[in-house]
Every structure is written in structure tokens, then in C-alpha cells.
Design a protein around this ligand. Structure first.
Ligand code: GTP
Ligand code: SPV
Ligand code: MN
Length: 607
């Protein structure tokens, strides 16, 4: 029998396939508030996907791509005002303001709840409320977390099917009384009095609201990924980071990569770079050095816990990739392009005349007859990009040609090295090894990056983004530093910590490092360090490769460029250290150990 029901709440009782009393009561309560025309329990089946995608094609939300070119794939154009995460509208509503810390927007939870009650009253009128059970992490694993998202967006339902373990298996895992994170999402455009729908409903008013203590999420007004797919940044990072603090683990904005050396040594690394700074690319890296093999475990989020052997093991809680499209091509990321052969949703790319998608960087020359992300005819003379810079693809991870066989293993993979990085045109060397765990935490706390199109703010200005978690830490960042310090203190088997920078530029404004597949050269050095096979040179900021430490065989790079990539300029670093000290003051009560590191850096620079 089919478990799906599409019934008006006023009609015969809906028949959800669960006897979870708390869940049933909560769904009813939210329906009473939001007043949808119907409730539908999603089972995650292919039949459900077919039905909802056909419905969205009829509604004009999705365009079906040419079945012979890209089977079972769809294209969406968002409202131009709904293209990225809205950090200014993201709130952490902890009971105490100090627990949200100075880098999060805080509101009193009591006031916020009242505000949400008003805002959500009748917000789903004329729409279906979908009940979307999903699991972050492998099904059946004790370390996984079940969420249930109530949403009035079928686009969100389809995206959740690609990005998570969604539907019946998640509901089954929940049982009759399991824990789940309640997540309520609306596009914030009720269809009252028979109002006509639009292809991409959303609201000018946006609220992305988290209650960390009670592990709840409410999201209003946006259909964009990070604002609307609540399992991702809201649950797997903001709420999970709080759970991780409470229970002694880590929820991080990190890719997970498996590397096999030519001699068969296997290492796993995790890497945190801010949004649109290269995680997906590194997760799918195609090694430029022969003999190396790279496989993908995760591209955006890592949950890390200690194993019985005292090592840190990482799990990718997601089941799909929500990746930046522009810049993704055969030359930079062949694995991503090949992952996208079918069963994908593309949002805000350009559409080709023959029913396929295109974006800057997919091919060198754009095909003729493109329609841009705004829906206008586009030519290279149009003066603006055909794809929005934050255009994204959504696709199952299992389709990736480089996916590692252990990618959905509940035990996770043991991490040898953790990399941090950002877009730094100046100052920061290609790679720096932390002296020890505490120094590594200091380096990570000082990650800064030139901003990208993944969030609403201006692109290209340098901002401090500790651990690449600034927009995603669900509690006070100073407490988060403390958590990291404690977690590694006195432990022998901790991963090494490395600061990397693929984005250093020369005087002439060009990137000094080729990046992408050539990043294996840096990874080789890092893993050789882990295996005690290569020396490093102490500098005031950390340990660096020797002048000839990075394997550049087969690479066309001048000795001058290489020297500049590894340069630690004392004058520049005097300024860097001052900036770090200034920024620490903005981060709340930074742990004493990091202030010690700050003074130690200043002392080494004064030398
Ligand atoms: P989120 O999904 O927003 O968290 O981003 P991400 O960190 O996964 O970023 P992604 O890998 O999608 O990279 C975004 C942009 O960085 C793309 O335009 C890439 O072309 C560019 N990029 C990635 N790796 C490199 C690199 O090694 N060198 C240079 N120069 N650019 C890179
Ligand atoms: C990011 O912005 O870091 C992303 C995309 O990975 S989103 O899920 O929208 O946050
Ligand atoms: Mn991300």
C-alpha cells in the first residue's frame, strides 16, 4: 500500500506512516498555525519525485532538461532577490545572549517565538505542507541525527531527497519515540483568497531562526539552499555544533578526502575553507602527480568523533552535493561535471537553447542562444554573467565517479590532517604547519578570506572567518575555540593542523599557484610530514616547506613565484598580527591559550 496521503487537514485524517506521538502532535500544531490547504507525508520514493517534479514543471518552477542529454534533471531560476544565504537575517536564539556570542545575531527566544507565531500564522494558506523526515548521517547509525522539516516548498522536498537520506527510511529510524530536530520552513507567500502562485515564491522578509537549547529551527521567506534545506547549515552545522559542544565531538564546515599515495599509504584529510573557497573542488581533486589517487568522502560538512584508538573519525552527514556551478568544468573539476550526468537540479545557471544548462567555466566558449539566470536572452556582450556567481547544482553524492567506498560508513574515516584556508591575495603562505594543536587552533581562529557570492554581503572584502565557521557556529565563537582546545589537549593521536592558501597573487594580480589538481603537491608535503618523511623550516608563523620542499615536477612555475608563495614577510606579518589582536577583541572572551599564542607570535616576529 502507498503510504502517501494528500489530504486537507479538514478532511478525513491523514495517514502518516508513524505512531510517533510527539511528531504527530507537532505536525498538527504547526498545521493549525500555518493553515496549509493540505498535508503530505513524504516517503522519498521515486514515484513521489516524479509526481512533485512534474507538478513543479507545470507550475513553471522547474524546466525539465533534455532527457537524452541529462536524464531526470531540472532547472530552476530563483527570484533574483533570493540567491544566497542571508547572514544578516540568521538568528541564534539562545536563552543567554552571551551564549550566542558577538558574531551571531541574537534574539531572546521568548520574544522570537512570539514573533514566529505571528509571522507563521496562516503562512501556508493555499499550499501543501510537506512533512519531510530525513536523516543526517548514515541510516541506523547512533551518531546520525533525524530531522523533520515541514515545508510548503516542493522544490525543497526534491532538494532534500538529493541532499539527505529522506523519507520512509528516516521515519522508520525514528521509531515511535526517537529524537528528532523539528524544522519549520515556509517560503512566506501564502496564497490567500485564491491568489495566483509565482514560479519562485519567497518573501522580502527573511528569518532563519535557531533555538540551540531546544534544537529547533524555523525558517521564513527564502527558498535558497542554505536558508531552506534545513538539514544542511541549520541542523548539521549550527544545531549540531551545539550538540557537539555538549557531547564532546565536532561539527565542522569541512570536506573529507581520501588519498592513496603511489606506495599505497592511505590517509584521510579534512579541510575547512569558507563558502565558495574550494571545498567541493578539493573533495573531488584529480591529482596532477602520477600515482596518487584521490577519493571523495564529503564536500561540505564533517562530523568528527573519537574512535576507540583515540583518533578522530569523520563522517559526512550529507548524501548529496549542493555545489557552486560557476568555475566547475572539465579542466578544474572533472569529477563534479561527471557527477552531474543525471538526477540533478540546477538553480540559477544559464539554460541552453537545446534544453541543457551552462555556466561560466563549464566550457571555454558559451553555446549560442543562452538564456541567463534572470530569464533574459544572453550573449557574451551582455555585460553580466550568464549564470549567477552563486548558481548551484544539487546532486546525489553516490553518483560521483571519485566517491570513496567508505563514504557512507557509519564508523567514519580516521583523519590524519586538518587543513584550514581562505582566499588570501597576500601574506599567507601556500602551506604552513602548526607547531602543535594549540597553535593550530590559533591559526584556524585567524582564518580570514575575501568574501564570495555565497552570502548576501559585498564580494571581495577581507573578513575574519574563524575555522570557516563564522556563519555556521551555533554558539559563542570563543566557547567554540575553548571546545577545540580542550578536545585536543594532552591527546597523542590528534591530526596535524595546516594552514593553506591557494589564492595568493603576484604583483600583477595573477594567482601564483595553479590550484585544483596541483594542490596534490601540497597534500603530498603534508602527508609526508605526517609520516615523518620530510623536514620543515620554522618561521614565525609556523613550519614551512623548504625552498625545494614542494614537488613541482612537471609544473611550469618559476622559482621566484615559488619563493613568493612560501614567503613570510616580517613587515607584512607585523600588520597581520596586529589585525589578529584587534579582531580577537571582537570575538568575545577568547581563551587565554590563544592570547598566549598571539603573544608568542608577536615575540617570534620581534625575534
Ligand atoms: P560552498 O559550497 O559554498 O561551501 O563552497 P566550496 O568551498 O565547496 O567551494 P568550491 O569548491 O565550489 O569553490 C568555489 C570557487 O573556488 C570556484 O569558482 C572554484 O573555481 C574556485 N576554486 C576552487 N579551488 C581552487 C583552487 O585551488 N585555486 C583557485 N584559484 N580557485 C579555486
Ligand atoms: C555555503 O554557502 O557554504 C554552502 C551553500 O555550502 S549553502 O548550503 O547555501 O550554505
Ligand atoms: Mn558550505
Amino acid at each position: 500500500m502507498n503510504d502517501q496521503v494528500a489530504l486537507s487537514p479538514t478532511e478525513a485524517p491523514a495517514k502518516p506512516a508513524t505512531r510517533h506521538g510527539e511528531l504527530l502532535a507537532w505536525v498538527e500544531e504547526v498545521a493549525r498555525l500555518t493553515k496549509p490547504a493540505a498535508i503530505r507525508w513524504c516517503d522519498g520514493s521515486d514515484a513521489e519525485w516524479d509526481e512533485l517534479s512534474a507538478m513543479l514543471v507545470d507550475a513553471g518552477t522547474l524546466v525539465k532538461l533534455d532527457e537524452s542529454k541529462r536524464p531526470n534533471s531540472f532547472y530552476a531560476r530563483s527570484d533574483p532577490r533570493d540567491v544566497a544565504r542571508v547572514e544578516s537575517r540568521t538568528f541564534i536564539c539562545s536563552e543567554k545572549e552571551a551564549d550566542a556570542g558577538p558574531t551571531n545575531n541574537w534574539r531572546d527566544p521568548v520574544e522570537m517565538r512570539a514573533n514566529m507565531q505571528n509571522l507563521f500564522d496562516g503562512c501556508m494558506a493555499g499550499r501543501t505542507m510537506y512533512v519531510v523526515p530525513y536523516c543526517m548521517g548514515p541510516l541506523g547509525s547512533e551518531a546520525s541525527v533525524v530531522g523533520v522539516e515541514l515545508t510548503d516548498s516542493a522544490y525543497v522536498v526534491l532538494s532534500m531527497k538529493l541532499m539527505t537520506r529522506m523519507g520512509k527510511p528516516a521515519l522508520d529510524m525514528l521509531g515511535d519515540d526517537g529524537f528528532f530536530v523539528p524544522c519549520v520552513h515556509t517560503v512566506g507567500m501564502p496564497l490567500t483568497n485564491g491568489a495566483k502562485d509565482v514560479p519562485w515564491p519567497c518573501s522580502d522578509e527573511k528569518w532563519i531562526v535557531h533555538y540551540p537549547e531546544t534544537r529547533e529551527i524555523w525558517s521564513y521567506g527564502s527558498g535558497y539552499g542554505g536558508n531552506a534545506l534545513l538539514g544542511k547549515k541549520c541542523l548539521a552545522l549550527r544545531i549540531a555544533s551545539v550538540m557537539a559542544r555538549d557531547d564532546g565531538w565536532l561539527a565542522e564546515h569541512m570536506l573529507i578526502l581520501k588519498l592513496t599515495a603511489p606506495d599505497g599509504r592511505v590517509h584521510y584529510v579534512a579541510a575547512a575553507f569558507p563558502s565558495a573557497c574550494g571545498k567541493t573542488n578539493m573533495a573531488m581533486l584529480q591529482p596532477a602527480l602520477s600515482g596518487w589517487k584521490a577519493e571523495t568522502v564529503g564536500d561540505d560538512i564533517a562530523w568528527m568523533r573519537f574512535g576507540a584508538d583515540g583518533r578522530l573519525y569523520a563522517v559526512n552527514p550529507e548524501a548529496g552535493f549542493f555545489g557552486v556551478a560557476p568555475g566547475t568544468g572539465y579542466a578544474t573539476n572533472r569529477n563534479a561535471v561527471e557527477t552531474l550526468y543525471a538526477n540533478a537540479i540546477f538553480t540559477n545557471t544559464a539554460l541552453t537553447a537545446d534544453g541543457d544548462v551552462w555556466w561560466e567555466g563549464l566550457t571555454d566558449t558559451p553555446p549560442a542562444g543562452l538564456t541567463d539566470w534572470r530569464g533574459d536572452a544572453w550573449t557574451p556582450e551582455s555585460g553580466s554573467p550568464a549564470a549567477h556567481p552563486n548558481a548551484r547544482f544539487t546532486v546525489p553524492a553516490s553518483q560521483c565517479p571519485s566517491i570513496a567506498s567508505e563514504w557512507d560508513n557509519p564508523a567514519g574515516v580516521p583523519i590524519s590532517a586538518i587543513l584550514f584556508g581562505g582566499r588570501r591575495a597576500t601574506a599567507v603562505p601556500l602551506v604552513t604547519e602548526a607547531f602543535d594543536w594549540q597553535h593550530g587552533v590559533y591559526l584556524a581562529a585567524n582564518v580570514a578570506s575575501e568574501t564570495t557570492a555565497a552570502a548576501e554581503a559585498k564580494v571581495g572584502t577581507l573578513r575574519r572567518d574563524p575555522f570557516a565557521m563564522l556563519p555556521f557556529c551555533g554558539y559563542a565563537i570563543s566557547d567554540y575555540f575553548e571546545h577545540w582546545l580542550k578536545l585536543g589537549a594532552g591527546k597523542e593521536n590528534m591530526p596535524g593542523i595546516y594552514l593553506v592558501n591557494w589564492f595568493r597573487k603576484g604583483q600583477d594580480g595573477r594567482y601564483l599557484w595553479p590550484g585544483f589538481g596541483d594542490n596534490i603537491r601540497v597534500l603530498e608535503w603534508i602527508l609526508d610530514r605526517r609520516d615523518g618523511r620530510v623536514e620543515a623550516i620554522d618561521s614565525p608563523v609556523g613550519r614551512l616547506p623548504a625552498a625545494d620542499g614542494i614537488n613541482v615536477s612537471g609544473l611550469d612555475i618559476s622559482a621566484e613565484d615559488m619563493a613568493e608563495l612560501l614567503l613570510v614577510d616580517p613587515e607584512v606579518w607585523e600588520e597581520e598580527a596586529k589585525a589578529s589582536a584587534r579582531d580577537f577583541e571582537k570575538l568575545g572572551k577568547v581563551p587565554a591559550a590563544l592570547l598566549d599564542e598571539q603573544r608568542a607570535l608577536e615575540a617570534r616576529l620581534a625575534g
